[in-house]
Ligand binder design. Sequence first.
Ligand code: HEM
Ligand code: NAG
Ligand code: NAG
Length: 330
Amino acid sequence: MSSMAASLLIFTRYCMSLILIVLVGSRSIYAQLSPDFYSHSCPELFPTVKSTMEAAINREGRLGASILRLFFHDCFVKGCDASNLFDDTPTFIGEKKASPNRGSARGFYVIDNIKDEVENMCPGVVSCADILAIAARDAVTILGGPYWDVKLGRRDAMSASQAAANTSIPPPTSNLTQLISSFTSRGLSITDMVALTGGHTIGRARCRNYRARIYNEPNIDMSFSRTRRCRCPRSNMTGNNNLAPVDYQTPGVFDNSFFKNLVNNKGLLHSDQQLYNHGAGPTDSIVLTYSYEPSTFASDFAAAMIKMGDIGVLTGSDGEIRKNCRRVNY
Ligand code: HEM
Ligand SMILES: *[C@@H]1O[C@H](CO)[C@@H](O)[C@H](O)[C@H]1NC(C)=O
Ligand SMILES: *[C@@H]1O[C@H](CO)[C@@H](O)[C@H](O)[C@H]1NC(C)=O
């Protein structure tokens, strides 16, 4: 072999390995989410989501809470892949009728509205999973909570799981041990769990989900339970869907009053009050800190939302970019 050929061979190998490094490198870059994922492909994405969320919340204040909850229910089932946005059809069972969602998950049309506007601007580019993540952030910020940069680049699932939706979203009957294992099994810490449950500073719950607490539990403020009993009769023959604010003080403001309520035995859901047990519980110190340091709650909530948004995401060429968030592409 001539020295020319030898050095060409070495050069070729060197280049091949460079190309390989570049390929492997770009793969791991694609596998990670980043806030500027759409900065060239859809530059007006953020203002579009924000203005639609503002309009929706002006029309109906509760929609901010409903969208935040949709994001949680997406991420805890098969990861943040918009699997909970599918409609059921005669041949497809989605997650909307799973027990934690049925008669309760709402706000889907707001995501549709955002998706329609985004599709007009940048067709086939932005996933429903990313739209939901941005919309949830905007809901929190608009209602007075923290702002954070949402990491993007998620792709949309092509399947859903009603069974996983039934079992993976913690029910309000959960005890602290069950709550901790539900969150830590998804890579979220106990602090993340307490901070994220602070999402209950906004929105409403149905009587069926807090009846047992206001009639049967000892660790509840008497005047609080008396008030709640007025619109949530003891018998489950009526009133199951009557609504009460989860944070009785400021259900339309993203503040730290949810944690003050827990310290005062005024948590509405059994699972909420599990986070505070009068100095005896393992999460009591976190609840106390959030109850008197709103800025610590705000920054921990933002950090935990970013972590939750990383759960089980599809990236690269996995999944698809749905055109209509309610069904797979044809
Ligand atoms: C810790 C475990 C959790 C349990 C057991 C739980 C349970 C519930 C229940 C039972 C409701 C009322 C549903 C109804 O009656 O229709 C509710 C509402 C809500 N949840 Fe949770 N949740 C949990 C965590 C979270 C997290 C992590 C978030 C978001 C970060 C969140 C956000 C919300 C919001 C905003 C509402 C009000 C929705 C609306 O008004 O439409 N929840 N939750
Ligand atoms: C999920 O729960 C609902 C309501 O309890 C039930 O009707 C449905 O059969 C369950 N689905 C699966 C796949 O377990
Ligand atoms: C929590 O609930 C589970 C399931 O019902 C039960 O096995 C466990 O003993 C409970 N833990 C506590 C601390 O109550």
